[in-house]
Design a protein around this ligand. Structure first.
Ligand code: ATP
Ligand code: MG
Length: 531
């Protein structure tokens, strides 16, 4: 019985750079094609080269005849590839097997066994063994004789057909073995963390998606729990967090999951307001209210009526804007410039900032009354370094996002993923996304991205650099934590993540080590092992 979950992405495998190289050597040397037969006997043809059989002139001549003439032989040729799939799996598992196809040509099948499971075999075929060539050709002649093939074409193809000497067959086996080794290595790399996140998320059944929000770490779960509570309310929300932590994404998630989702989501960057035109921008104006007011204009509050008004960079608001905003929030009404009738709108306010508003209040830089008005529900977006568990999921997400057109879905090697996990991501999710986009573009046609393509700052980032915080003025507790984390990770790596040995080396108890591994989220960086 075939385990369908264990099917390999055969077409993708043939696109691997190293496999393309190996198969092109095989083709250049003997004009032989490569194909796969899956464990259940399905023939998978190379994506570019057409059928395996067609790579040889003889097969091509036969197959290019109209179906009426060649029907039986084409079917036989197709079926011959299946022979490999029909072989006794126990026999196939032992190593390469040679067999004769229906047209009397030789084929070699090299088994692919992953984690003890037979996955199918790689086949190279359609040659004659030099010593048997004449006899074998006689057999092909007899079969082909039944077809009305142009004598010239057939004779030429017959002449050129590859005849392999014993040492050629030995070399071909070696090359096929290299191909299989590459497949095994590729499998080991891609079934590790780089592939698992999507499935893992589904398996865990955790809430990980408010539309575009990606992340299943504990801090993100906490955010989702809060979102669940606030989306159906009209409460004002203040979102705080470092640059690129997803503040705007969260604001959009709140709006588009709320009952207001069919009305406008208006974004305004508060630092970009021109103080002179402030009133007009926010509240609108009547025609003729001032020079240049040639028509009535709606203010942003009116545009957002029934929807959500997202005040981004609220910490950069000028003092005069702070006063005006407070008035609207308190009174719920406003006057367009030049108008005498107050307007009332139903707008939900979401504000965001990367600044420490409380500290700004303490320093007198932000109005305390406004602070309490907007800080009804407070959401603090965790920086990426505090949710490293999400890095593989985000990588997977961005690889999918940037895979389009020629730039098809790619994977990272385990080494590359490890470097990404080691990095501190000061620029947060935006920096991660930019790096992935860059990798996808630089990788070009390659399907697997290695660490050599990484930006130097990520490739060369080391734990010692992290420990280098000792030299930076960020306080003793942070520096001690960074050093502790770096040491634990180093020792764990050196001991292949064996916690008992690592604890001994670190001279701490195993229980203490487990607690620290959890604290520093080191478990998720452990390289996965074959099952
Ligand atoms: N949890 C997430 N899932 C998916 N993408 C994310 C997530 N968080 C952030 N991003 C992506 O990172 C980028 C930055 O997000 P966003 O603009 O929301 O951050 P921000 O905190 O508002 O940044 P800034 O402080 O620079 O204004 C966007 O491309 C966004 O799609
Ligand atoms: Mg933003």
């Amino acid at each position: 019985m075939v385990d369908t979950r264990s099917q390999l992405p055969w077409e993708e495998l043939l696109e691997l750079h190293v496999l393309r190289k190996l198969t092109s050597i095989i083709h250049a040397k003997w004009s032989l094609g490569i194909g796969f037969v899956t464990a259940d006997g399905q023939v998978v043809q190379p994506p570019r080269g057409g059928s395996i059989a067609r790579t040889q002139g003889l097969c091509q001549v036969i197959q290019e005849r109209p179906a009426g003439e060649t029907g039986c032989i084409s079917t036989a040729l197709q079926a011959s590839s299946l022979l490999a799939g029909q072989k006794d799996q126990a026999e196939l598992r032992k190593g390469p097997i040679a067999y004769t196809c229906h047209a009397g040509l030789q084929e070699l099948a090299m088994p692919v066994v992953l984690d003890g499971r037979y996955m199918g075999c790689l086949i190279a075929g359609g040659f004659f063994l030099a010593k048997d060539a004449d006899e074998a050709l006689g057999e092909v002649d007899r079969q082909v004789g039944a077809l009305a093939l142009p004598a010239g074409d057939y004779q030429e193809a017959r002449q050129c057909h590859p005849r392999l000497l014993p040492h050629d067959v030995g070399y071909l086996k070696e090359l096929l073995q290299h191909c299989v080794d590459e497949i095994v290595a590729f499998h080991a790399e891609t079934t590790s963390r780089s592939q698992a996140p999507g499935e893992l998320q589904r398996e865990l059944g955790t809430r990980y998606s408010y539309d575009a929000l990606i992340g299943r770490s504990a801090p993100m779960q906490e955010i989702y729990r809060l979102l669940d509570k606030v989306i159906d309310t009209d409460s004002t929300v203040l979102i705080q967090g470092e640059n690129g932590t997803g503040k705007e994404l969260i604001a959009r998630a709140i709006h588009y999951n709320s009952p207001r989702k069919n009305r406008r989501f208006v974004v305004q960057n508060c630092s970009a307001f021109n103080d002179n035109l402030l009133d007009s921008e926010l509240f609108g104006h009547k025609r003729g209210a001032f020079t240049g007011a040639i028509a009535d204009k709606q203010g942003l509050f009116e545009v957002a009526d029934g929807g959500t008004f997202f005040l981004d960079e609220v910490g950069d608001m000028s003092p005069s804007l702070q006063v005006k905003l407070l008035r609207v929030l308190q009174e719920g009404t406003f006057l367009p410039v030049g108008d005498t009738t107050p307007r009332q709108v139903d707008v939900r306010i979401i504000a965001a900032t990367n600044r420490d508003l409380k500290r700004m209040v303490d320093r007198g830089e932000f109005r305390e009354d406004l602070y309490y008005r907007i800080n009804v529900i407070n959401l603090v977006m965790p920086p990426l370094r505090e949710r490293r568990d999400d890095v593989p999921v985000l990588i997977d997400h961005f690889l999918k996002k940037h895979a389009r057109g020629r730039l098809r879905m790619k994977r990272l090697t385990k080494g590359c993923l490890d470097r990404m996990l080691d990095y501190r991501w000061p620029g947060n999710v935006r920096e991660l996304e930019n790096e992935i986009e860059r990798l996808v573009v630089l990788a070009g046609d390659e399907r697997v991205i290695g660490e050599e393509v990484l930006s130097p700052r990520i490739r060369n980032f080391s734990q010692s650099q992290e420990a280098g915080v000792l030299g930076q003025p960020q306080g003793l507790p942070d520096a001690v934590s960074a050093l502790e984390r770096a040491m634990i990770q180093d020792v764990l790596k050196r001991n292949q993540w064996n916690k008992t040995r690592a604890a001994n080396e670190l001279k701490i108890s195993r229980r203490n080590l487990i607690r620290l591994v959890q604290k520093y989220q080191l478990e998720s960086r452990r390289p996965s092992r074959p099952n």
